[in-house]
Structure formats: structure tokens, C-alpha cells
Design a protein around this ligand. Structure first.
Ligand code: GLN
Ligand code: ZN
Length: 772
């Protein structure tokens, strides 16, 4: 049997983000439904053609989505809360987009503000898809939930492809994972108990797909790689027994993002025709699977990395695949997961350093790699000798390139010992010195860093990027924005000021552009959620900081005021987490290199006179591994990296950190271990209950629980913020408290920010009086 070459999913946004443009135009009323549907149809056809042209045997359909595949599944199953049902037919775009983004018109741009709020009907909750940077809409179910097949999308797309000459394999999200991702507002209710009600809908869908001519379906159960309980394993058994009995196509049960782990035996015993394994993340699972799999189980081997942008080592991959092909009748060769998580096509990147470019593979190039593997397996390596030689040359060039190995960085890192990640003085002594130096009132006020990135700021940046605004004029513009913002903060009596971050396009990109070892693309967009796309930097080499990155801006801002001006930096874990990271060394090592570069900046800021320096670690929590067993190792190096960045300064220099979330219960010990002098966190929406983790842990350092929810245009009143502060004062000692918003203000408008911060300062003063 020859090896079959399969794909699991292709980016849906289009090579030039055509989908983003179209849906945003539709939301803005600039194009109508028919035009939107036409664009989508064109994008699907182009993706199918592309895959066929590349030589892919198994081409997926139903991997397209207007917003998110989990939302598509919820709609398909009829899991549409009443709130949205009232807005139209279950499969209408009105209901769909209302679930995705609420009924509002404003489109949010950037930051950790995920575009919720405003409007009459709120959006569904959104959260990260496993450990990716892709977000899905959280399904919502109730104990009396009924299900019904409510959309024919998988069938429609299968037929649409067929009409274009493509026999596709529809992709659907499996019932167990969908239920495990679902939430209910009824406390204690377990969505998984709804499985028996859900299965007939899946059976009906499968039967319809078979009747339409589908012979295989890819059924995704990524939850198979998560830690499981017996109840979950039973659910898989129940579900797949029922689906095997349905009159449907053969099932390719698809796991990804990790190892089947404890679920391996369960997975191998399920009555499915095929099983897909992620052999990039979890190569070690191949052997036990080969030992335990039924002879007639079709194995799909995910050997091309669907999560990262590096060229595969094809010879090494063939070394692993050839023996499997000999031993088994029937294998598929595939990417580790859907290619949704990588940019579309490297061809657009004409300005990348050609050496670095030669090491990369985006979705299109990954299709070509898959096809090459197929040819080599089926017709012998000799049939693609030239291509394999070219690949080997790229792999070797990358392995030995001076671009990836900087001896100075290496020797510096190897000299790092425990002293590098420890401040010389314990917190209690540091804080006394800092207080003597800063002379702040109790409950000092500050903000998280950015001020509104107005249309003018974005316009000036775009003009500067295009060359229409010269460096001097752009710098003058930014200085004016900064000066105005500094003066205004002083006027409203904020205690610790910020410069406003107007010069930053993005909190990671700004630093990546100035660090060695990073590459930036022009159009390597990846979908983050809905129409929002990100362009992660590529960390290809050893990281170092050739020269100061923020000191001049800090110096300028500090020159305008007597009050302390915070230095503002993005932390090593966050920079790592929001980039495509090199795969030729452990992530921990790359993170430590970034930490050293940030440390250099921290020390330079201190030397320039900064008394307060904030190192944002917005992404620390989202870096947590999928399996609990791996958490501690991650937290150890993540915390160490932060401490390396933060520990180069004298005790009287105050280190702040900021985190954009509010779940701290399970990582509070790590937060404590970071030993930042001050941490600001998101809490306003939970009415300070989220401080409980800090209270229980007896968190000793200072803390700024956000009192102003910046995710909403609402202007909080003095009374409510005062109330929040008094609540916080009941839980923590007043001497520990800072007063600040939840997050940066860059997505907000000045009209909202001005009164909100004026109120915040007044609330702080009232709380000071009350708590004194
Ligand atoms: N300093 C950054 C800002 O204020 C922090 C943003 C974030 O935490 N996402 O925008
Ligand atoms: Zn934040």
C-alpha cells in the first residue's frame, strides 16, 4: 500500500487576509451577504485548488469558518442560547456574528481587549484554543439543553468542493471535545453528561455526509491529549461506539498538540477506522501506538509541524516513516495539526534575509514538503533526489549558521548562576528603601503603560513606515503626544507616571525589532480570533540587545516631570509566547537569552535614573503546558527568566510587573516567586474576589488590583472604584495596595480615559482617607 498524503486544515483567512477584509466590510455594512458569501466561496476554492496542485491526496473541507470552528460546531448542533435565537434563523449570519461579537458596531483593534462589551447582546465568552494563540467561542449549554442538526455547512462545503472536482474529507469537531470545552451557568453541572443527547445529532450528520458521497470524515478530538478522568474515557467509548453504529463515513479520529498519554489505550480500542497522531509535539508516542494498534487501523502520522514555521528535516522524517510504511499496510502522512496556525505562503516575504528565509516553511511550503515525503515514500528517495538535497542543504545551513549561534550570548548564558535571578536584598528591606526614595502617598496611583493609540497616532506611524513622514517629523509628533500625556497625568495628580507608549506598534514587535535574533515578516498573518490576525515575530537566532531600546524615550518623558516616570518593558516570557520560536534548542534557553537582553535594558534604565521599572508578563499564564505534570518545569524557567530580567538592579529600584488576567489560584506560588515589588492585575470585573488567591497565599509584596475595566467604554464612577478599593483593603493591608486600571489604555478613546482616570484618582484619595 502506498502512503497517502493528507492535510488536516488550511488557513482560511486567505493569502492577503481577504476574509478579514470581507467580514469587516460586511459588519460595517459596506458589502452585503451575497458579496461576503462569494468571497468566502472563492477563498475555499483557491485553498482546495492549491492543495490539489501541491499533490495532496486527502484534502479537507469544512475547515473554513467565518469566525471560528468551535462556534460553527455550536451552531451546527443547535446549541444557541435563547438570547441569540431571537435574532434570526439558527444558521443565519445574524445569529452567528451576534454569538461571535455581540450586537455592536465598533471593531476593536489591538491589545488584550478582546472586543467584548458595548452593544445590546453580549458576545459569547472567548478563550484560547488549547495552548495556541487562536481563540474560540466557548460553547454554552444548560442542563435541559436540546440539540438538533441546525446547519448543513459540512455537507454544503463537501458538495461545493465536489462540484469543483475535489473529493474532500470533511472535518468536524468531535462530541467529547466540544462538550469538554462547553460551559454551563448552572454551578456543578457537567456538560459531559449531555453526551447521550448529543450523539444522535452527530449520527444524523455522519449519515448525511455518507449519503452525499463522503467516504471519510476527520473527527477532531484534541481533548484526547489532555489529562483525563475515567468518566472522560468512558465518554470517548460511549461516543465512538454510537458513531461507529451510525451509517456514516469512516472516521479518522484526530488528536493533536500532544501525546495521547493516559488515553492511549482508550484511543486504540475505539471502533474507528483511522487515528491521527501529533508526532511533532509527541514523537515518543509512535512506538507504543505501533505496538498496540489493530492491523487494520489506518495511522495518520503528523510529522510536519503545523504550529511553527521551520522547514522540516525531510531525510530525518523519512528515516522515521520508512520502517512504519514497511510494517503497516496503510499509513497517511500529514501535518501535526491543521495548518491554521501558520501563515499562508512564504512567497510574499521578499524582504526577509534570504538566509533566514531559506529555513522557513509556511502553509504552502508545508504542503510541498508533505508531497515530497509522499513521493519519496512511494517512488523511492531517488525520485526526489534534487529536492531532498536542497532540503538537506537548508537544514545544514541553519544548523551551522553564525546567525543562529552567537558565542558571546552562549558564554554569557553559561555563566548565569543563581545570583543572576535573585535580588540581593529581601522584599521587606527593599520596599523600605523604595518608599524612602519615592515618597508616595498610601494607595499610590499609576496606569499600566499605554495611552490611547488614536487614529492620528496610527496614521503618523503608517506614514512613517511608508516613508511619507521622515524620522525627525515622526519623532517630533511622538514627543508632542508624550509631552501632552505626561502633563495631563500630572494635572490630574497621578503619582507614578508613564510616557504612554505611543512609539510602540505592539508590545512584542517593538522590542523584537530592536533585538538581534528576530526576524519580521511583511504579511505572515495568522488568525488569532475572528477577523483579528497577528504577525508573530520569528526568533531564529541567539538573542541579544545591541543597544538600549527604551532609554531615550524614558529620559525624554522623565525630563518633563518631577514625579517618578516608570520604565516600561515587555518581559521575556511574553516575548517568547507571542513569537514563532526556534525549534533547535529548548524554549527555556531561548527565554533565558531574552531575559538577559531585557535585564540589560532594565539596568540601563536604572542607570539613566529610573526609580520604577515595569516588566509586563501578560502571557505568563497562557504559556502553561496542557498537562499538569509539565506545569512546574515551565513555571520554574518562566519565573527564573523574569527574575533574571528583574534582578540586575539596586534594592531601591522598584520593579513592577503586570498580568492581564485574573486567575491566579493555581499559579500563585509562581507569582510569589517572581518577587516583583509591585504587581498589577485584572480584577475589576470580579469585584475583587479574585484577590482571594493573594489573600490565602499571604502575598507579601505590593499589588495593584485593577479598578477600572478597560475592556469596556463605560466610565467607572468614583463611588464604585472607592468601593472596590475598600473591598481590597479588607482583604489585603492598605499599605500593600496600588490603584490602577486593569490593563493598558491603548484600545480606549481619550474621551473615556480622561474622566475614568480623573475618577480613579479621586477614588484613591477617598479610599486613602477611609483606610487611614
Ligand atoms: N504596558 C502594556 C500596555 O499598557 C501592557 C499591555 C498588556 O498587558 N497587554 O499596553
Ligand atoms: Zn494587561
Amino acid at each position: 500500500m502506498p502512503a497517502t498524503i493528507a492535510n488536516l486544515g488550511f488557513p482560511r483567512i486567505g493569502p492577503r487576509r481577504e476574509l478579514k477584509t470581507a467580514v469587516e466590510a460586511y459588519w460595517a455594512g459596506k458589502i452585503d451577504r451575497a458579496q461576503l458569501l462569494e468571497t468566502a466561496k472563492g477563498l475555499r476554492a483557491a485553498a482546495w485548488d492549491r492543495q490539489k496542485a501541491a499533490g495532496i491526496d486527502v484534502i479537507p473541507s469544512n475547515d473554513f469558518s467565518f469566525y471560528d470552528q468551535v462556534l460553527d460546531t455550536s451552531v451546527m448542533l443547535g446549541a444557541i442560547p435563547d438570547l441569540y435565537r431571537a435574532l434570526g434563523a439558527p444558521d443565519s449570519l445574524e445569529v452567528y456574528f451576534a454569538m461571535a461579537r455581540g450586537t455592536r458596531t465598533e471593531v476593536q483593534e489591538e491589545g488584550c481587549a478582546h472586543g467584548h462589551g458595548g452593544g445590546d447582546v453580549p458576545a459569547q465568552e472567548m478563550t484560547k484554543w488549547f495552548d495556541t494563540n487562536y481563540h474560540y467561542m466557548v460553547p454554552e449549554v444548560s442542563p435541559d439543553q436540546a440539540f438538533a442538526l441546525s446547519s448543513t455547512k459540512p455537507l454544503d462545503h463537501f458538495r461545493e468542493a465536489a462540484a469543483l472536482g475535489h473529493h474532500t474529507r470533511p472535518v468536524i469537531l468531535g462530541p467529547v471535545t466540544w462538550l469538554l470545552l462547553a460551559k454551563s451557568h448552572v454551578p456543578g453541572f457537567e456538560p459531559l453528561t449531555l453526551l447521550p443527547r448529543l450523539l444522535p445529532v452527530y449520527a444524523e450528520l455522519l449519515a448525511k455526509l455518507r449519503a452525499a458521497g463522503a467516504d471519510w470524515v476527520q473527527i477532531d478530538e484534541p481533548a484526547l491529549v489532555l489529562d483525563s478522568r475515567e468518566a472522560i474515557r468512558t465518554a470517548y467509548r460511549t461516543a465512538y461506539a454510537a458513531l461507529a453504529a451510525a451509517d456514516g463515513p469512516k472516521l479518522m479520529l484526530t488528536s493533536y498538540f500532544g501525546s495521547l498519554g493516559d488515553n492511549l489505550e482508550t484511543a486504540l480500542a475505539l471502533p474507528v477506522a483511522g487515528l491521527h497522531l501529533d508526532l511533532v509535539r509527541a514523537p515518543e508516542q509512535l512506538e507504543p501506538v505501533l505496538n498496540g494498534a489493530r492491523k487494520d487501523l489506518r495511522l495518520s502520522l503528523g510529522v510536519i509541524d503545523g504550529r511553527n514555521i521551520w522547514k522540516a528535516d525531510l531525510a530525518a522524517t523519512l528515516d522515521r516513516l520508512e520502517p512504519v510504511l514497511k510494517a503497516r499496510a496503510d499509513i497517511e502522512v500529514a501535518p501535526s495539526c491543521s495548518l491554521l496556525h501558520v501563515p499562508v505562503d512564504l512567497a510574499a516575504e521578499t524582504r526577509l534575509d534570504p538566509q533566514v528565509r531559506d529555513w522557513l516553511a509556511f502553509a504552502q511550503q508545508k504542503l510541498e514538503e508533505l508531497a515530497l515525503l509522499g513521493k519519496a515514500l512511494n517512488q523511492g528517495r531517488g525520485s526526489v533526489a534534487a529536492e531532498l538535497a536542497a532540503n538537506a542543504a537548508s537544514i545544514e545551513a541553519r544548523r551551522t549558521s553564525p546567525l543562529t549561534h552567537d558565542p558571546k550570548v552562549r558564554s554569557r548564558l553559561s555563566a548565569v548562576n543563581a545570583n543572576w535571578s535573585r535580588r540581593v536584598t529581601p522584599f521587606a528591606e527593599r520596599i523600605a528603601l523604595q518608599q524612602a526614595r519615592l515618597r508616595l502617598p498610601p494607595l499610590p496611583t499609576t496606569t499600566i503603560g499605554s495611552f490611547p493609540q488614536t487614529a492620528e497616532v496610527r496614521k503618523a506611524r503608517a506614514a512613517h513606515d511608508k516613508g511619507a513622514l521622515d524620522d525627525a517629523a515622526y519623532a517630533a509628533f511622538l514627543r508632542e503626544e508624550t509631552a501632552r500625556t505626561v502633563r495631563w497625568q500630572e494635572e490630574i495628580d497621578i503619582d507614578v507616571l508613564v510616557h504612554g507608549e505611543f512609539e510602540r506598534n505592539d508590545m512584542v514587535q517593538y522590542f523584537g525589532e530592536q533585538l538581534s535574533g528576530f526576524a519580521f515578516t511583511r504579511s505572515a498573518w495568522v488568525q488569532s480570533y475572528g477577523s483579528r490576525c497577528v504577525r508573530p515575530p520569528i526568533i531564529y537566532g541567539d538573542v541579544s540587545r545591541p543597544k538600549p531600546m527604551t532609554v531615550e524615550w524614558w529620559r525624554y518623558a522623565q525630563s518633563l516631570t518631577q514625579r517618578p516616570m516608570k520604565g516600561m518593558l515587555t518581559g521575556p516570557v511574553t516575548i517568547l509566547q507571542w513569537s514563532f520560536v526556534r525549534d533547535d534548542q529548548p524554549r527555556a534557553d531561548t527565554c533565558r537569552q531574552i531575559a538577559l537582553a531585557i535585564r540589560d535594558e532594565v539596568v540601563d534604565l536604572e542607570q539613566a535614573g529610573a526609580a520604577v521599572i515595569q516588566i509586563d508578563e501578560a502571557a505568563l499564564r497562557e504559556g502553561l503546558p496542557l498537562n499538569r505534570a509539565d506545569w512546574q518545569a515551565y513555571l520554574d524557567w518562566a519565573v527564573e527568566s523574569f527574575r533574571i530580567a528583574a534582578s540586575g538592579v539596586r534594592p531601591e529600584t522598584q520593579i513592577h510587573t503586570h498580568m492581564c488576567y485574573s486567575e491566579f489560584n493555581d499559579i500563585i506560588a509562581a507569582i510569589g516567586a517572581m518577587d516583583a515589588d509591585v504587581i498589577s492585575i485584572e480584577t475589576s470585573r470580579s469585584k475583587m474576589e479574585l484577590l482571594d488567591a493573594f489573600v490565602t497565599y499571604k502575598y507579601p509584596n505590593e499589588i495593584g488590583p485593577g479598578v477600572y475595566d478597560i475592556h469596556s467604554p463605560r466610565i467607572p464612577t468614583v463611588a464604585e472604584m472607592r468601593e472596590l478599593l475598600l473591598k481590597a483593603g479588607e482583604r489585603l493591608s492598605a499599605g500593600q495596595l496600588w490603584v490602577n486600571p486593569d490593563c493598558g489604555l491603548k484600545t480606549r478613546k481619550w474621551e473615556d480615559v480622561r474622566p475614568a482616570l480623573v475618577n480613579m484618582v479621586e477614588a484613591a484619595k477617598a479610599a486613602r482617607a477611609a483606610l487611614a
